[in-house]
Design a protein around this ligand. Structure first.
Ligand SMILES: C[S@@+](CC[C@H](N)C(=O)[O-])C[C@H]1O[C@@H](n2cnc3c(N)ncnc32)[C@H](O)[C@@H]1O
Length: 307
């Protein structure tokens, strides 16, 4: 169906009520009872894609601070594996863009430093919000009243992992000092063309779960800007983004999609996966019948490598 017709359908109301909204709510009620294996069956997957198109036309995109420690474990595992390409005692430069409350930054540092204590890991953490950046830098989290968002940041952690990452301070926890060292916190905009002059080139650039909150043309420009930060031969981690946008930029710029843990990383963020097709950021099920699946569902790339 042409986009303009869908657009008109979504905006149409009867006595102030949207029939499309009612249709979506009814579908969502039924969908909740479908097992995941059925959701990925071809006709249902296509129907889900249609429903998400309606959701995307209906819901305005807005940024939020939602984040979690150890959010996507296979992604962290791939960072650990890639860190082994570095010589003993060398420096590994990482930039985490849109770091929010810092959970992602600390999760990465804990993963790499525990495995490669010989490396000097230099971390640049960037966010556009001063409030959230100052919070992230403190590295102190309430155990029972999540700050700045309604969602707890520990939802993905075991008791042992909590002990490994934090020191207890009453009803709060503080990230351990061996994890917190070597971080520079930058108030900055990932869309700013000057960002490469501020941060310099990086071995790894992480840009997760904020490009999905931008409309596609803006997300595309931002992604092209972010890619300039990656050293030739370095890696870009980018998930939580419109898949058409990521695929287009990856193809245009000749990025090499890494196949290691591709499927595990795609499935690794349950929140994105479970929100499909009901939220605009929901992640479609991996569909291996697509001719372009190896690039469409890759979220880790090597950029600017010779040959
Ligand atoms: C949903 S959180 C993502 C947190 C984290 N990356 C993760 O995956 O868990 C989105 C964050 O992006 C930040 N943000 C939004 N637009 C940005 C931009 N243009 N440059 C830098 N940060 C941005 C917001 O302030 C917010 O903290």
């Amino acid at each position: 169906m042409p986009q303009t017709v869908l657009d008109r359908m979504v905006k149409f109301t009867i006595l102030g009520k949207s029939p499309v909204n009612a249709y979506l709510l009814l579908n969502q009620r039924i969908w909740k009872h479908l097992p995941y294996s059925l959701v990925n069956a071809p006709p249902i997957r296509s129907y889900g894609a249609f429903l998400q198109t309606l959701v995307r036309l209906q819901v305005a995109r807005t940024q939020n601070f939602g984040t979690l420690f150890l959010r996507n474990r296979p992604q962290l595992e791939l960072m650990r594996r890639l860190s082994h390409q570095k010589a003993a005692g060398s420096t590994l430069k990482i930039a985490v863009l849109a770091c929010s409350k810092g959970a992602e930054v600390y999760s990465i540092l804990r993963t790499i430093r525990a495995d490669r204590p010989d490396l000097k890991v230099v971390m640049n953490a960037v966010d556009i919000s001063k409030e959230v950046l100052e919070f992230a830098e403190r590295g102190v989290y309430s155990l029972d009243t999540p700050e700045l968002t309604g969602q707890p940041v520990f939802g993905n952690m075991t008791e042992d992992e909590m002990q490994d990452l934090f020191d207890w301070e009453g009803d709060k926890v503080r990230v351990k000092s061996w994890i917190r060292k070597g971080i520079t916190w930058h108030l900055g905009d990932a869309e700013d063309p000057e960002i490469v002059n501020v941060l310099g080139y990086q071995d790894m650039v992480v840009a997760n779960n904020f490009l999905c909150h931008m409309y596609p043309p803006k997300a595309e420009n931002c992604l092209r800007n972010i890619a300039r930060l990656v050293k030739p031969g370095g890696n870009l981690f980018v998930s939580g983004i419109d898949l058409d946008v990521r695929t287009k930029v990856a193809k245009d710029l000749g990025w090499i999609a890494l196949s290691d843990l591709l499927e595990e990383i795609h499935e690794g963020d349950h929140f994105l996966r479970d929100d499909w097709p009901w939220q605009y950021w929901g992640l479609e099920p991996l569909n291996k019948t697509r001719h372009d699946w190896k690039i469409r569902y890759a979220s880790v790339f090597q950029i600017g490598a010779e040959g």
